[in-house]
Design a protein around this ligand. Structure first.
Ligand code: ADP
Ligand code: ZN
Length: 216
C-alpha cells in the first residue's frame, strides 16, 4: 500500500497522471477540488458553506477541509494519491495524524508549456471531459466524443489569468515542498521538457520512481 501526494501547477497534467496511477497502483485518488464540487451539488448546509469559498476562488478553511477529508478517506482501506491536498502546512499536519506519506510526486513544468496547453484547452459542458484544440482534438470540432455535449473554454484559461494562477500556485506550494523536504519524505520529480509529452511517459517515470523507493 502506498500513500503519496502529487504536486503540480494547473496544466501540469496532474489530474490525468493521478487517474492513470490510480488504475495501475490500485489506490484511490483523493482530489480535493472534486470532493468539494460534489459536496456543493448536495443541497446541504455544508454544501452551501463550501460553495461560498470555492465560487470566490478562495481556499476552504482548514477546519472544514480537514473534516471533509477525514470523512472521505474513512470509507476505504486502500492507499491514496492526494491531489489538491494539502494546500497549507496545517492541512499537512492534520494529514500526518491520519496517515503516513511515503512519497511526494512533484511535477515540474515550464511556464510556457502551461500557458500553451491551458489557453488551447476545451472542456465538455456536459461531462467535463478535457480536450485541446491543438494537442487533443475531439473528432468533431466543438463536440464531445464521449457524450456529444458542447465544448467550451474556461474563462480563466487565458494567458494573463494563467500566469497569475501559476504565481499563486508557486506561492502556495513552495512552503509545502520545503516542509516535506525538511521532513525527509522522498521526492519523485518529473520534469516535462516538451509540450507534447505523452501521459504514458510521465506515468512510467513516476512508477519507476516508486519502484526505486520500493513502494510498489
Ligand atoms: P484549482 O486547481 O483550479 O484550484 P481544484 O479543483 O483543485 O482546482 O480546487 C477547486 C477549489 O476547491 C479551490 O479553488 C478551493 O476553493 C477548493 N479547494 C481545493 N482543495 C482545497 C484545499 N486543500 N483546501 C482548501 N480549499 C481547497
Ligand atoms: Zn462530454
Amino acid at each position: 500500500m502506498v500513500n503519496a501526494i502529487i504536486f503540480g501547477a494547473p496544466g501540469s497534467g496532474k489530474g490525468t497522471y493521478a487517474s492513470r496511477l490510480q488504475e495501475k497502483l490500485n489506490v484511490n485518488v483523493v482530489a480535493m477540488g472534486d470532493i468539494f464540487r460534489e459536496i456543493i451539488k448536495e443541497d446541504t448546509d455544508l454544501g452551501r458553506e463550501v460553495k461560498e469559498y470555492v465560487e470566490k476562488g478562495l481556499l476552504v478553511p482548514d477546519s472544514l477541509t480537514i473534516r471533509v477529508l477525514k470523512q472521505h478517506i474513512a470509507k476505504t482501506q486502500k492507499g491514496f494519491i492526494f491531489d489538491g491536498y494539502p494546500r497549507t502546512i496545517d492541512q499537512a499536519k492534520a494529514l500526518e495524524k491520519i496517515t503516513k506519506i511515503d512519497a511526494i510526486i512533484q511535477l515540474i513544468v515550464p511556464d510556457w508549456i502551461i500557458i500553451e496547453r491551458l489557453s488551447t484547452r476545451r472542456i465538455c459542458k456536459n461531462c467535463g471531459e478535457v480536450y485541446n484544440i491543438r494537442y487533443l482534438k475531439s473528432k468533431v470540432e466543438g463536440i464531445c466524443d464521449k457524450c456529444g455535449g458542447p465544448l467550451y473554454q474556461r474563462l480563466d484559461d487565458t494567458p494573463e489569468v494563467i500566469k497569475k494562477r501559476i504565481q499563486v500556485y508557486e506561492q502556495q506550494t513552495s512552503p509545502l515542498i520545503r516542509y516535506y523536504k525538511e521532513k525527509g519524505v522522498p521526492f519523485i520529480e518529473f520534469k516535462t521538457k516538451a509540450l507534447e509529452t505523452p501521459p504514458e511517459v510521465a506515468v512510467e517515470e513516476i512508477l519507476k520512481g516508486l519502484k526505486k523507493l520500493k513502494l510498489v
